[in-house]
Design a protein around this ligand. Structure first.
Ligand SMILES: Cc1cc2nc3c(=O)[nH]c(=O)nc-3n(C[C@H](O)[C@H](O)[C@H](O)COP(=O)(O)OP(=O)(O)OC[C@H]3O[C@@H](n4cnc5c(N)ncnc54)[C@H](O)[C@@H]3O)c2cc1C
Length: 236
């Protein structure tokens, strides 16, 4: 993908091109002009490195309410119940949507193959060998490249949310791109910048995982919560 100049105006700017950013960009209606920004190349993200799989209650003997129950139990009273319910209830339709976009999860006699992992009481982990993330990212990137309304901007570091001095509403982002600072305006900005594992000396996260989105949001006045919850991979 050749480097180009950045248009000054978008309908939506998605910062981050991991699974979250790619999927979000694909869910935005075609008539909206979307900028998909990554501070690295498209292939570098934690999503690309994810291995074991994605949990969703899709087996006949399973249900989102069982998925919720298992998650709350594993969370030992620390879970945000609304978030758990939202994730468990939406997981099956998101998997269906990924399959429709072409993600080739492993199959067993034609059906999606499910493994039993961690605290799950049912087989509910979908995978593509042990490179599930790469399969998701490769497929979603191919889909994004086909969409005329999405412009990919690589090696562009989002520096700050650009707030209107009058209303304090977010009106875009400032970016460090090709050795200078750009101001890109948008009606909506979505932060999908991944985790911050790199704050630790020892991490399996890629170099891009520096918690930038959290810092950008904080500097813009957002309220942050639950920052003490950090997932270490592999879990023990
Ligand atoms: C080794 C490993 C194995 C894993 N295995 C699993 C697993 O089996 N199952 C599972 O569910 N999860 C797994 N995970 C966790 C999972 O990979 C992450 O939770 C998930 O990929 C996060 O996706 P994301 O899109 O939010 O972030 P990421 O995939 O990290 O993407 C972040 C994006 O934001 C961009 N970015 C960041 N800051 C800026 C900035 N300032 N300006 C512009 N762009 C920016 C990055 O360049 C990147 O494109 C694993 C993680 C690792 C590291």
């Amino acid at each position: 993908m050749p480097e180009t100049d950045i248009p000054q105006q978008f309908d939506v700017l998605v910062v981050g091109a991991g699974a979250a950013g790619l999927y979000t960009a694909l869910r935005i209606p075609n008539h909206l002009k979307v900028g998909l920004i990554t501070k690295e190349t498209m292939s570098l993200s934690a999503s690309d490195w994810a291995q074991g799989g994605i949990a969703a209650a899709i087996a006949p003997e399973d249900s989102p309410s069982l998925h919720v129950e298992d998650t709350l139990k594993a969370g030992a009273g620390l879970c945000d119940r609304n978030a758990v319910e939202f994730l468990a209830q939406h997981a099956p339709s998101c998997i269906e949507s990924l399959v429709n976009l072409g993600v080739a999860f492993d199959r067993n006699q034609g059906n999606l193959a499910l493994t039993l992992e961690a605290a799950h009481s049912r087989h509910r982990v979908l995978h593509a060998a042990d490179t599930t993330g790469r399969e998701v990212i490769t497929t979603l990137t191919a889909q994004v490249l086909q969409r005329q309304n999405i412009q990919i901007i690589q090696k562009a570091l989002a520096l700050d949310l650009w707030l209107s001095p009058q209303t304090k509403h977010c009106q875009g982002v400032s970016l460090f791109y090709q050795n200078r600072i750009h101001w890109a305006q948008a009606d909506a900005v979505i932060l999908a910048t991944g985790g911050g594992g790199q704050v630790f000396a020892q991490t399996t996260n890629p170099a891009v995982s520096t918690g930038d989105g959290v810092a950008l949001a904080w500097r813009a006045g957002a309220l942050l919560k639950d920052l003490e919850f950090i997932q270490f991979h592999p879990q023990r």
